[in-house]
Design a protein around this ligand. Structure first.
Ligand code: DGJ
Length: 781
């Protein structure tokens, strides 16, 4: 519910309140954002107002009329330079006279029901709940510029979204150099600003920054939302834990250069901003034109990081992801990339698909290498016609044969890119982002097509439409494998070059929107060298994203934990791959690879044709198990437990009656046999059957300890050792309890791990990189 009480605006959701007021000067003072509080009348909010009786040394006062108002010491809903506030601004404009001072004063407001979409970018929506909207109009009378602040209160989701629209009502051009999406000012400092940073193959590592004074910035200039700095961030207190304490979660529905900042000013007040990165951003807004900023999504919880994540997950699932696949079970796929990289052909792919079918795969995906003369990453991007040598009957024949095996067929594309060695580049060198007659800095031997140019977007719509309709294509992996350099659009005049990065994203959104509307049944998966563009903009069109090119389970458990703070598991795709792992050369048990991948949207990416019978048997059981628990794993409520050397995850069905848990240990500790697993989210009163599936234990990992039980001496790694390893398996521990959710959540004491002093069927074989999955089913009707 949104209310205007005189000069006070109160935005309530079920459990949270957001509140601000119009000051006498016409500026907007932020008053509160947190758990729901009762504000019955405007006077109730006076206790929250800033009280300034005297001006302060070395600070400016706003005006003669307001001789004690120091904007630098007020929590503001939006801020700008020039009138005393020298903290990070919300908006920056260079006017036609060269000045950069702005002063936006409140004019009017409209409260309305429902959610209005943004005009130029994807935004959130609501089908199953109530949304209240508020638009405030501010005006800079000196320069004739209107600024609208748009708020939406998602009542049932405990989410507030914000965006802004600036209109040039003057008769002169202005240059907009910054327009943020949301600003949150706090009275105090000492917030922990959590960001998720990384690089290729190590995305989403969590970093906590305690900001007492000064500024911390999380931003990217990659041109994509990037693996360097994901737009999802958190603000919390040093005492916040996974399940207790204050936590704000903030994300941006945007896929390009973004900027999040915590700035602590001279009075110790903290300011948080999120929006398009102002670095090199310079948008010419002509008289009568408008510019809108992307929508920011904010939630707050007093139940720790998990409490915040639960709200964010539900919001992303319900109000960001859309279309046919929004709530549909996602198929278990087999991808050809790590099985054969570029070296693919029809018979190879069919052999792989056949193996896949035998173990229970549902969708076969042909990755890179099928088009033009694509034998490596140096050529052919842009030439979207099939390589007849590799696929003599074209995509159509291959897809048909895959379908005949009983599998769906999917394909890989990278529409936004072109190699210089391609027919497309030879025909249209003017279609790429590079600076005419200047050397270009290349990435993965490819250039970025200029999506700021509508003709390029039209071309891609037509090329992709031909591919997506040429056969029975059920799935598309949409890749994007380089970051930007040499920003320059030959389509735009020189005075508009500061618009390239944003106009690229607008072109990309038109491309994605048109194709997803034209092919509503296709399951699209986003990818950018893994997680180089994992954001809410992409998720507004594609329901799932390839989280990382790193399929190593020990990286993945950390990376997927990182993603889990802001994104539901139904959006995170995860594959079981070969060992040693292709990115880290680490050797991990196939069970661990599965346990980690199963908590996302599961797939396989390895050469099943070369796998031994034992692994194939294990995979078959894994897939069968995943299918049984897929609804919980993909759409259940996700809870993090411990993270670090031991990771602990639990997923619980909506009704609380079924749950899957996992623990994973990175390195084993000597003589530390006893571990508890703490499930979360169970119904405390309900009785559950808690169990695991026995995993037989091989002999070889015990090395020459085999001689402790062998009647004859066995030399380690000898032929006989290998034969014994093949045929003799030791029992694995079984955990089986029936008890209440309350008892389980207080910590299930697991059977002791091997600690160097003996092994039997009640010992947990739990060496480095080991994991376990536990299942919980309520018997209560
Ligand atoms: C990068 C992706 O992340 C990989 O999964 C694979 O599709 C390659 N590109 C193909 O070039």
């Amino acid at each position: 519910m949104i209310r205007q009480l005189d000069n006070v605006f109160v935005l309530d959701t079920k459990n949270t309140t957001y509140c601000f007021r119009v000051m006498d000067s016409g500026h907007l003072e932020h008053l509160y954002y947190g758990k729901r509080i009762a504000i019955y009348s405007a006077s109730d909010a006076i206790a929250l107002f800033e009280k300034q009786a005297f001006s302060s040394g070395s600070s400016n006062v706003y005006s003669e009329q307001y001789p004690t108002l120091t904007l630098e010491n007020v929590r503001l809903e939006m801020s700008s330079y020039g009138k005393g506030d020298i903290r990070e601004p919300f908006v920056e404009i260079t006017h036609s006279d060269g000045s950069t001072t702005c002063d936006f004063i409140y004019r009017s407001s409209v409260i309305f029901e429902g959610k209005t979409p943004l005009d130029t970018m994807p935004s959130s929506y609501e089908d199953n709940g109530t949304v209240h909207g508020l638009t405030l109009t501010l005006y800079d009378a000196e320069y004739g510029i209107t600024l609208e602040l748009v708020y939406s209160a998602f009542e049932d989701r405990d989410v507030i979204t914000r965006s802004a629209r600036l209109t040039n009502n003057s008769d002169r051009n202005i240059r907009l150099t910054r327009l943020m999406s949301a600003q949150l000012d706090f009275e105090d400092n000492g917030y922990v600003f959590t960001t998720f940073n990384g690089n290729w193959a190590r995305e989403m590592y969590r970093h906590d920054h305690l900001v007492n004074m000064g500024k911390h910035v999380n931003s990217t200039y990659a041109g994509t939302s990037s693996s360097r700095a994901n737009p999802f961030v958190m603000l919390s207190r040093p005492s916040t834990t996974e399940d207790t304490g204050l936590c704000y979660g903030i994300n941006l529905i945007y896929s390009g250069n973004h900027y999040e900042c915590v700035d602590v000013g001279a009075w110790g007040k903290s300011r948080f901003l999120t929006g398009i990165n102002p670095a090199s951003f310079d948008f010419l807004v002509a008289p009568g034109e408008s510019f809108e900023s992307p929508e920011a999504v904010m939630t707050v919880s007093e139940d720790g990081y998990n409490g915040m994540s639960r709200r964010m997950h539900a919001f992303v699932r319900e109000c960001i992801v859309r279309g046919e696949w929004k709530k549909k079970s996602r198929p278990v796929l087999l991808n050809s990339w790590e099985a054969s990289y570029f070296d693919i052909n029809e018979s190879k792919l069919l052999r792989l698909a056949k193996e896949g079918k035998d173990v229970g795969i549902e969708l076969f995906v042909m990755d890179d290498g099928w088009f033009g003369n694509r034998k490596d990453d140096k050529r052919s991007l842009g030439d979207w016609y099939v390589n007849e040598k590799k696929l003599p009957g074209g995509i159509e024949r291959l897809a048909k044969k895959i379908n005949e095996l009983g599998l769906d067929f999917g394909i890989w594309v990278e529409p936004e890119m072109v190699n210089v060695d391609s027919d497309l580049y030879r025909a249209h060198p003017e279609w790429v982002i590079d600076i005419p007659d200047k050397p270009h800095s290349e990435g993965r031997n490819q250039r970025i097509l200029d999506l700021a140019n509508p003709a390029v977007v039209d071309h891609l719509i037509s090329e992709m439409s031909k591919i997506f309709s040429c056969a029975n294509i059920a799935y598309v992996k949409w890749d994007m494998n380089r970051i930007f350099s040499d920003y320059y659009s030959k389509y735009l005049p020189s005075e508009r070059q500061g618009e390239v990065s944003h106009r690229y994203i607008l072109g990309l959104y038109r491309l994605m929107r048109t194709l997803t509307e034209r092919f509503p049944k296709i399951l699209f998966e986003g990818c950018a060298s893994g997680g180089n563009r994992f954001d809410l903009g992409i998720l507004s069109y594609f329901p799932q994203i390839w989280a990382s090119d790193d399929t190593d389970a020990i990286y993945r458990v950390k990376g997927q934990t990182g993603y889990s703070y802001g994104y539901p598991m139904s959006t995170v795709t995860a594959h079981v791959s070969a060992c040693p792992n292709h990115q880290t050369l680490r050797v991990t048990p196939i069970a661990t690879r599965f346990d980690v991948a199963a908590f996302g949207v599961l797939g396989y990416e390895c050469n099943l044709c070369d796998m031994n019978a034992e692994d194939l048997k294990a995979i078959k059981l894994q897939i069968a198990l995943y299918k049984e628990w897929r609804d919980v794993l993909q759409y259940g409520t996700f809870y993090r437990g411990r993270s670090g050397n031991l990771y602990e995850w639990t997923c619980v069905s909506e009704d609380g009656k079924r749950a899957v848990g996992m623990i994973l240990q990175v390195l084993s500790e000597p003589n530390s046999a006893f571990t508890q697993y703490f499930p979360k989210g169970l119904l405390p009163e309900a009785r559950y059957h808690f169990y695991n599936f026995e995993r037989k234990v091989r002999i070889k990992p015990f090395g020459d300890l085999v001689n402790m039980i062998s009647p004859i001496h066995i030399k380690q790694d000898s032929l006989i050792h290998n034969i014994v390893d093949k045929f003799v398996k030791m029992p694995g521990e079984v955990e089986d309890y029936v008890t209440s959710g309350g008892v389980l959540m207080s910590g299930v004491k697991l059977k002791g791990a091997f600690a160097g002093t003996g092994y039997d069927e009640n010992t947990r074989f739990f060496s480095d990189f080991s994991s376990r999955m536990y299942f919980m089913e309520s018997e209560t009707e």
